[in-house]
Design a protein around this ligand. Structure first.
Ligand code: NAD
Length: 497
């Protein structure tokens, strides 16, 4: 019997009555470490009803009390940082240092949520008309929901529920069924911090549970992170049901390498940004575009990437871990094969990589292609594996054109010593997150995570001030207090008099 992952419904961690169970597997060993029962439709209904009821009192809790609870939560997350990272490593296969990074980038959002009183301050204007003032507040929406992917089981849930709840909402989290143990641990610590029991609910499952949430009349807003095709379904269904929806989806991120860049920095940063986390990051650099003479560096880049070896979570020499599941591995191997068949040059081939001690792990070694062109399948698809594609461009303008023609627009970066080139790039590139000599420019939480084009559906982005707007409604008040002035008769216009 494997451990059954509990859901958090109605203030209690309990195991679903459902017969439908999904195994949770350690991707390095292939061993089942737990099973996650999919919450039944009655259980999901109970969670939403319980969150709806809890909203009535939670929204009246003073903002300073909400902030104080959040402070306690961030303290508990820090105290349990390593333990959470270890759970995370077991179910994702991430190497420990990277797993700690996943937790830490979530903690940073919680730190930001501690500042909720300032974040929720409205605007005021005095004397907008004679003796009339206008001021605005933001108020919470009600029950909000989050649907999260497998690749950041700590950071991405923490992008969502802490800010939503700090704003005064209640929240239903549906974590990835592939690694639910980490989010459940986050929820346990959340209750331990002292939040009222029904403010956060965690249900488990897949499409069935998501569709129930998407169409439920009591859910006001949905934050989704995951693949592009699922994001499009969520955005369409959610907005068809008149909900506020934000979907952060797939990516194909390019790094431009100018010939004046610091070569050693380029090589070092490209290794981690491309094959780190086995390439399973939405901000991973998947394509490096070498401009002009910089193309001479491609063999050196390939040689350095080849040195990054997969391994177990606690192997300090391992650069990254396995892919999340056998299907993901099979897909990546097929894409590598299609790259070879379509005429790209496979400089480093990780498709035969094995770990004899762990033959059931989802291993793929580091892989590098050169001579990649835009019509190739490996270029068009988000590979989500430890594969770096390299391309060549005659000029910065050509490189920008290639990137702008790509349907995705999550992240990009340029490595250069020229301020002029960097300025030109940052202005003309049609991508929402731009790094200048920074390979993975994920903004800290006082900004927002601003993917563009097919990497994002919605208008307000996650975390930062935009998330506070996403999780609240603005109320604008226009007020006058009468003194002893004589009334001057009815005002028959819309003007303030
Ligand atoms: P996924 O789309 O398969 O799953 C994401 C979530 O949606 C899971 O909770 C899953 O249970 C649910 N889901 C899956 N299929 C569904 C369906 N048909 N209907 C409703 N719900 C469904 O994504 P994944 O494989 O877990 O994560 C990897 C993807 O996430 C990559 O494409 C990556 O780029 C993307 N991602 C994007 C960002 C970003 O900020 N843009 C961040 C992280 C990951």
């Amino acid at each position: 019997m494997h451990q059954s992952v509990p859901h958090l419904i109605n203030g209690e961690f309990t195991v679903s009555q459902s017969k439908r169970r999904i195994p949770v597997t350690n991707p390095a060993t292939g061993l089942v470490i737990a099973e996650v029962p999919c919450s039944t439709s009655e259980e999901v209904e109970t969670a939403i009803a319980s969150a709806k009821k809890a909203f009535l009192s939670w929204k009246e809790t003073p903002v300073s009390d909400r902030a104080r609870l959040m402070l306690r939560y961030q303290q508990l997350l820090k105290e349990n940082h390593d333990e959470i990272a270890e759970i995370l490593s077991q179910e994702t296969g991430k190497v420990f240092a990277d797993a700690k990074g996943d937790v830490w980038r979530g903690i940073e959002v919680v730190e930001h949520a501690c500042n909720i009183a300032s974040l929720m301050m409205g605007e005021t204007a005095e004397n907008v008309a004679r003796d009339i003032d206008t001021y605005s507040f933001v108020q919470p929406l009600g029950v909000c929901a989050g649907i999260t992917p497998f690749n950041f089981p700590a950071m991405i849930p923490l992008w969502m529920f802490p800010l939503a709840i700090a704003c005064g909402n209640t929240f239903i989290l549906k974590p990835s069924e592939q690694d639910p143990l980490t989010p459940v641990r986050l929820a346990e610590l959340f209750l331990e911090a002292g939040f009222p029991k029904h403010v956060l609910q965690v249900v488990h499952g897949d499409r069935e549970q998501v569709d129930q949430i998407l169409t439920h009349p009591d859910i006001r807003a949905i934050s989704f992170v995951g693949s592009a095709h699922v994001g499009q379904h969520i955005y369409k269904t959610g907005t068809d049901h008149l909900k506020r929806v934000q979907c952060m989806t797939g990516a194909k991120n390019h790094m431009v390498v100018m010939p004046d860049a610091n070569k050693q920095q380029v090589i070092n940063h490209l290794v981690g940004a491309s094959v780190g986390a086995a390439g399973q990051r939405c901000m991973a650099i998947s394509v490096a575009v070498f401009v002009g003479a910089a193309k001479e560096w491609i063999p050196e880049v390939a040689a350095k990437v080849a040195e990054a070896k997969p391994g177990l979570w606690n192997d300090e020499d391992a650069g990254f871990g396995p892919l999340i599941n056998p299907a993901a591995r099979k897909r990546v191997l097929q894409l590598i094969d299609s790259g070879k068949k379509s005429g790209a040059n496979c400089l480093v081939d990780g498709s035969d990589f094995t770990m004899p001690e762990y033959p059931n792990g989802n291993w793929v070694g580091p892989t590098v292609f050169s001579k990649v062109t835009p019509e190739m399948e490996i270029y068009k698809e988000e590979i989500f594996g430890p594969v770096l594609l390299t391309m060549e461009s005659d000029s910065l303008e050509d490189a920008i054109q290639t990137i702008n023609a790509n349907p995705f627009g999550n992240g990009t970066s340029i490595f250069t010593a020229s301020g002029g080139a960097a300025r030109y790039f940052q202005h003309h590139i049609e991508v929402g997150q731009v790094g200048i000599n920074v390979p993975i420019p994920v903004p800290l939480p006082f900004f927002s995570f601003t993917g563009w084009k097919n990497s994002f559906y919605g208008d307000q982005h996650p975390y930062g001030k935009q998330a506070v707007r996403f999780y609240t409604e603005t109320k604008t008040i226009t007020a006058r207090w009468f003194g002893n002035d004589a009334a001057s008769g009815p005002n028959m216009t819309i003007n303030l008099k």
